[in-house]
Design a protein around this ligand. Structure first.
Ligand code: P6P
Length: 338
């Protein structure tokens, strides 16, 4: 690839030439999602100058109060993707059921899932938020499309990524050949390759967890965090730092950039041992990116991408990031069971 600026399109064309993982319909899908993220960034960046802050006076299927920007982002992604002929259906955190591409448009072979604006509690306080997306192929031979077609393990993803709306607007993407980052050049309105072959350091001194939930955690998580807090006098023999942005996209971006461990474990308020985060459009795409960058992603015990969902909005516990730390948490869970 030339040392000069590489655009998203050039990167995708060259990746297809090198690895053959990006058929033209998938390239179109990624470019359409990237364009939608540029449109969302414009609304996000307006803040109080546009009628985009505050709540929309409605709740989503999760029972969460919807922000105006949640609805704007959801509509932008639906409208950008429904006519292209690359998709059979979409699913969103903001919609109860799947959105089947209307008959007036050609049907494609891909399924797109997204959290249109993750971290919305941060919108009104000007903290980074993001769009998360995951792409599956519609199962061969399935007539029409139903929610069951989405119930595939994370290992079946053909692409995943996020766009973080922060000091920079950055698109982070994998199609199974490593992780690349593209920064939005606002003057030209184009995505420029700014990092290729991203790697997560296997060790870290930085953990991310919402400490206010400590009293609800299971023993292995308490043990792990207590040891981090004990610092160099404790069993880990080193001091740790803590970060919690409460925007998964921003916390994961930090971990992809400099390492770390992110934990949203199940807690005793969750009767069915699930967690807060959603498997299909938060945990799975982030797990794909982290694994492609040499990290690990589990629910505390088992690989997230190995789980087969049975419901569209299924929740899961999440432990992801620097491989050696994630594996330590798994070991503590196994020791607790024995
Ligand atoms: P808490 C945002 O609402 C989100 O889904 C993730 O982006 C984030 O990591 C988590 O929830 C924050 O949860 O309980 O700390 O507000």
């Amino acid at each position: 690839m030339s040392s000069s600026r590489v655009s998203l399109t050039q990167y995708l064309v060259e990746q297809q030439r090198l690895h053959g993982h990006i058929p033209s319909q998938l390239r179109l899908l990624i470019e359409v999602v990237a364009r939608a993220c540029k449109r969302i960034a414009i609304s996000v960046n307006k803040g109080a100058l546009g009628d985009v802050l505050g709540t929309a006076g409605s709740e989503n299927v999760q029972g969460e109060v919807q922000k105006k920007l949640d609805i704007i982002a959801n509509e932008v992604l639906i409208e950008a993707n429904e006519w292209g002929g690359h998709l059979a259906a979409m699913a969103s955190e903001e919609m109860e059921g799947i959105y089947v591409v209307p008959n007036r448009f050609p049907q494609g072979e891909y399924l797109l899932m997204f959290d249109p604006l993750d971290g919305s509690s941060n919108i009104d306080v000007n903290v980074s938020i993001g769009t998360i997306f995951s792409v599956l192929k519609k199962p061969e031979g399935s007539q029409g499309v139903s929610e069951d077609d989405f119930h595939q393990p994370g290992t079946a993803q053909v692409a995943a990524g996020y766009c973080v709306y922060g000091p920079q607007t950055t698109l982070v993407l994998t199609v199974g050949d490593g992780v690349a980052m593209f920064t939005l050049d606002r003057e030209q309105g184009s995505w420029v390759l700014t990092a290729d072959d991203v790697r997560v350091p296997e060790d870290t001194k930085e953990f991310a967890i919402n400490m206010s939930n400590m009293r609800h955690w299971d023993e292995p998580v308490k043990r792990y965090i207590d040891e981090c807090l004990a610092g160099e006098e404790g069993p880990r023999g080193k001091n740790f730092n803590m970060r919690w942005i409460a925007s998964m996209v921003a916390d994961v971006h930090r971990i992809l950039t400099r390492g770390g461990i992110f934990m949203y474990p199940w807690d005793k308020r969750e009767p069915n041992k699930a967690g807060k985060l959603r498997l299909m459009y938060e945990a799975n795409p982030m797990a794909f990116l982290i694994e492609q960058a040499g990290g690990a992603a589990t629910n505390g015990r088992e690989r997230i991408m190995g789980l087969t969902p049975t419901k569209l909005h299924e929740r899961v516990a999440v432990v992801l990031g620097s491989k050696n730390e994630v594996e330590r948490v798994t070991r503590y869970h196994l020791e607790a069971k024995s």
